[in-house]
Each structure stands twice: as C-alpha cells, then as structure tokens.
Design a protein. Structure first.
Length: 402
C-alpha cells in the first residue's frame, strides 16, 4: 500500500513525464524550425536525436505505468490505452494518475470523491441492470424520432406541410424535455434501491417549466457575455462596411485612408476586443462547470430557480477541476458509445436504402430512418447518461460538507 508521500512523488514524476512526452513533438518542431532558419547543416541528425530521445522517454513512461499498475488497482496492460490518439492520454490519466492523486491527497472518507473509472463502471453496471425498467420511458425518444421522420418525409412530398412540421418539431422538443425529466426521476428512484412510484409522470409535468427556466438562466449567465461581445463586434464590423454597399468605389478609398489614420486606435481596440472575447470564453467554461449540477439540484432536491444554481456552486466549490475532469472523461466514454451505435446502425440502415436508391422513395426512407436512428440512440444512451449524472451529483453532494 502506497503512503501519501510516495504516491505524491509518483504522481508528480508520472504527470511530468507524460506532459514532456505530449509536448516533445511540438518542442522538436520549434527547435528544427529555428535550426533550419539559421541554416544549420546537420538538421537531419538533430531531428533523429530528438526522435530517439522521445522514444526513450516514451518507453520509460510505459515502464513506470507497468510498475504503478498494481498499486492503483489496474492491470499492467492498461498502459496500451496510451496508443489511442488524443483520447489515450486522458484514459491513462483516469486509470493511473487519478488514483495516485487520491492516495496523495489522503482525504477523510467523508470528503473523498469516487474514482472516475469506478464511477463509470458502476454506471454501466446499473444501466444494464435497470434497462428493462428505464426503457419503458426512454422508448418514447424513438417514437418522437419516428414521428419527426414521417413528418419530414411528408414535407418532401407535400411542401405546405412545412408549417405543420415546424410546429411538430417544437412540440417534440418539449416532449423530449418532459420525457427526460420523467426518466430522471425513474433512474433516481432505482439508484435509491427503490422501484418507481408511478408519480414520475406528474412530477415531470410539474417540473417542465422550472426545468426550462433553469436551463435558460444557466445559458444566460454562462454564454451571455460571450454572445454579447460577439454581437457588439459584429455590429461594429457591419456598421463599418455599410457605407460600401451601393457606393461608387470612392468609399473604399476613404475607408482605407481612415484606417491608416487611426491604426493605433484600431489596433488597441482589436486587442481589447480579443481580450474581452477570451475572458468571456473562460467565464463561459468556468460557469458552465460550476452550474453543471443545477438541473439535478432542481429535480432531486426541489431547489427552485437561482437556488438550484447556488446549490450547484456550493457542491462544486473548491472541486471545479474534479467536476470538469469527471464530466470530460464521461463525455469521451459516451461519445465513443454513440459513435459505435451510429456506425453499426448506419451499416444496417444502408441496406434498405441501397435497394431503394433507384425508386422515388429513397429520400422519404432516408428521412424516416435517420430520425428513427437518432431516437433509438437516445432511447439507449439517455438512461445511461442519467445514471452517471445522478451518481455524480450524489457523490459531490455527499462530500461537499456543510
């Protein structure tokens, strides 16, 4: 069993080496570019040396992972995930580095969050165990997809139905939200080792508009500044170009002269705009993570409106990176599952579309089957998503303290 000090040392050395391995190609490219610029003659030799150094560091890192594996409870062969492009780095961080960090932190049990991999494994296990129950609700995503598919196909046959299709799309969006709320309550009660009570439909109806209100409030707070800055910048650019529309050509010359005369002001304004845009983007990311638990707080704990946002901020406080990390890892897993489902279903659906390609029904069939495919993916993955969301919320709330 690793001691906290030993775990911290292994964590820092492993993380440092991983960062070096990831950034080494970029550093090598910069070095090669500088040497090429100054006319260095043995550039090929330097490039080979840099590549050999990277390979040696990579092998060293694999050996470190192999030795660490038994101490963090994973198979030594888990190092193979490193060979996956981009995603592999995050999986290695989840399987090897996160357990080391937890051991190094040595927090009391009532303050310790579950490991991300354990959370994901338990979510998958509970998802399969409860699928017979949850699918009774999630199947309505498939029905909505079929309805939209048929309606979209009707638009292709009879254009005036476009208005009806638009109204149906709005109704379907509201219905999907309602189904999601009901599904949340079903999964919540199953996670509490209880059976659904039968009042989930009534609860979903009661919480429909509060749910939409919290979503809009979170969107306004998180993305509002970013969109406002983009709007102001777009309006300024448009106002500068308006004189050119319908002009004689002299306006372009006048605008260029004006730009040259006010270059310092424009440069300063451009820098300020860029800084504001970056700051608003950082704000959007930070607040979206901080308020990521507002919906569970609304539905599970009956926190209304702004109180749901405050509760989310409370349980995420001082653990922002932990919430971001677990959500991102979960997103990678669900993204991979979604991609696999879409690829498999796409291959199956390609068969009838192939035989219909020479008929007049190919477009109609494609619309119906595409929407049905989306609904089917939602039917399978939404229960899984809610299982993870609920477990994550409970874990953060349980360990948040007073």
């Amino acid at each position: 069993m690793l001691k906290p000090a030993e775990a911290k040392q292994k964590f820092m050395s492993s993380l440092g080496l991983l960062l070096v391995i990831v950034l080494w190609p970029l550093l090598s490219g910069i070095i090669a570019g500088v040497l090429s610029y100054i006319g260095f003659e043995s550039l090929d030799l330097i490039t080979l040396i840099l590549a050999v150094i990277w390979l040696a560091l990579f092998i060293w890192f694999i050996v470190m992972l192999w030795k660490i594996a038994p101490e963090v409870g994973v198979t030594p062969w888990a190092f193979l995930w490193i060979f996956l492009p981009v995603v592999g780095v995050f999986l290695i961080g989840m399987l090897f580095l996160e357990p080391l960090k937890y051991i190094a932190d040595n927090k009391p049990a009532n303050e310790r969050l579950p490991l991300t991999w354990d959370l994901i494994k338990q979510s998958w296990k509970d998802f399969f165990a409860s699928l017979k129950t949850t699918i009774n609700t999630s199947i309505y995503y498939l029905y909505i997809g079929l309805a939209l598919g048929v309606s979209g196909a009707l638009v292709g046959i009879w254009a005036p139905w476009g208005i009806g299709h638009f109204l149906l799309a709005i109704a379907s969006m509201l219905a999907s939200i309602w189904i999601s709320i009901k599904l949340f309550y079903v999964v919540w009660r199953i996670d509490d080792n209880k059976s659904p009570k039968g009042d989930e439909q009534q609860l979903a109806t009661q919480q429909l508009w509060p749910y939409i209100g919290v979503v809009l409030l979170v969107a306004l707070i998180t993305a509002g500044p970013f969109l406002l800055i983009l709007l102001v910048g777009g309006m300024f650019a448009l106002s500068s170009l308006l004189p050119l529309l319908g002009g004689t050509g002299a306006e372009m010359t006048a605008m260029i002269d004006n730009l040259q005369a006010n270059m310092n002001v424009l440069l300063g304004g451009g820098i300020v705009f860029a800084l504001l845009l970056i700051a608003s983007w950082v704000w959007m990311i930070y607040k979206s993570v901080q308020y990521s638990q507002a919906i569970p707080a609304l539905l599970a704990d009956a926190k209304s409106g702004y109180q749901a946002l405050k509760e989310s901020a409370r349980i995420v406080k001082n653990r922002w990176w932990g919430m971001l990390w677990k959500n991102q890892l979960w997103g990678l897993i669900v993204g991979a599952a979604t991609f696999a489902l879409l690829m498999a279903a796409g291959l199956v659906l390609a068969i009838p579309l192939f035989f219909l390609r020479s008929t007049g029904y190919a477009g109609v069939a494609n619309e119906v089957l595409s929407q049905a495919l989306q609904g089917g993916v939602q039917m399978l993955l939404m229960p899984l998503t809610f299982v993870f969301i609920i477990k994550l919320y409970k874990a953060f709330k349980k360990t948040a303290g007073k």
